[in-house]
Structure formats: structure tokens, C-alpha cells
Design a protein around this ligand. Structure first.
Ligand code: FEO
Length: 163
């Protein structure tokens, strides 16, 4: 059985994963309207991953005797400044999610909930992977400069397959 504190923090995390899903969906849609098909595919895939993260937490909370609450989700921005900016905003967002996961890890130790502590390690690993894949994209964008976005757009899904 989950403690109320852990249950509440997981419910907050459900909302954060849900917002991430919405944010990436907005980024996918915006990049599609700008003609960047590869980048938009990358963000659509990212959106689906965040939905999976949200479901993973919902299932866990309910399995452990809590009640997962389906959150109201804030509307993400409609417009973005540019390709590099959306990846920088994604990185910032992932760093925020990592801090939030780490806070739950800390809470699990305080509450001596070693089951949830063990379960949430998947998210700890996932955050490491997400931050490093966005970092690799930003490095590549810095190398290419603004002129070669066509090639970047064509190749970005390969970076996903390799990662
Ligand atoms: Fe589910 Fe990208 O954090």
C-alpha cells in the first residue's frame, strides 16, 4: 500500500508526464506546419513515449492500492521561435522532470518505500537517456548551423534508431 505522500507525488508526476506529452505534441504539430517532417516525426514519437510514461505511473499507483488521478493538463505554447529553441526547451523540460523524479526517489527513502524506490529506477534511467539524446541533438544542431536544417531534418529519426 502506498503512503499518501508517495501517492500524491506520483499523481503530480502523472500530470508532469501528461504535460510533457502535450508539449511534445505541440512541438510536433508546429514543426510539421514549418515543413520539418523528420523533426515532427521525432516529436510525435516523443509524445507517445510520454503517454507511455504517464500510463506506467497510473498503472503502478492503482496496482499498489492508490488512486491514480487523470489530471487536467495545461495548454502548451502554440508557436515556437525555431528548431534549436524547441530542442533547448525540451532539454529544459526534461531536466525539470529529472529533478522531479529525483525528489520522488528521495521521498521513497524517507518513507522507507523500497518497492516504489525500486520501481522508479526505470524512470531514473529513462531520464538519463532522454537528456543525453536531446543533448546530442543540440550538439549536432550547433555543429550544423542554421543552413543545414534540411539534412538534419532528413536524418534526425536515424539518431533515434541509433540511440
Ligand atoms: Fe517522461 Fe521525458 O519524461
Amino acid at each position: 500500500m502506498l503512503s499518501k505522500k508517495i501517492e500524491n507525488s506520483l499523481n503530480e508526476q502523472i500530470e508532469k508526464e501528461g504535460y510533457a506529452a502535450q508539449l511534445y505534441l505541440a512541438m510536433a504539430s508546429w514543426s510539421e506546419t514549418q515543413g520539418y517532417d523528420g523533426i515532427s516525426q521525432w516529436f510525435y514519437a516523443q509524445h507517445m513515449e510520454e503517454i507511455e510514461h504517464m500510463l506506467r505511473i497510473i498503472k503502478y499507483v492503482n496496482e499498489r492500492g492508490g488512486h491514480a488521478i487523470v489530471p487536467k493538463i495545461e495548454q502548451p505554447p502554440k508557436e515556437f521561435e525555431g528548431i534549436k529553441q524547441i530542442f533547448e526547451a525540451s532539454l529544459e523540460h526534461e531536466q525539470m522532470v529529472t529533478r522531479s523524479i529525483n525528489d520522488i526517489v528521495g521521498l521513497c527513502l524517507n518513507e522507507k518505500d523500497y518497492t516504489t524506490h525500486n520501481w522508479i529506477q526505470w524512470f531514473v534511467d529513462e531520464q538519463l537517456e532522454e537528456e543525453s539524446s536531446v543533448n546530442a541533438i543540440i550538439d549536432k544542431l550547433n555543429m550544423l548551423g542554421d543552413k543545414n536544417l534540411y539534412i538534419f531534418d532528413r536524418d534526425i529519426m536515424k539518431m533515434r534508431d541509433e540511440g
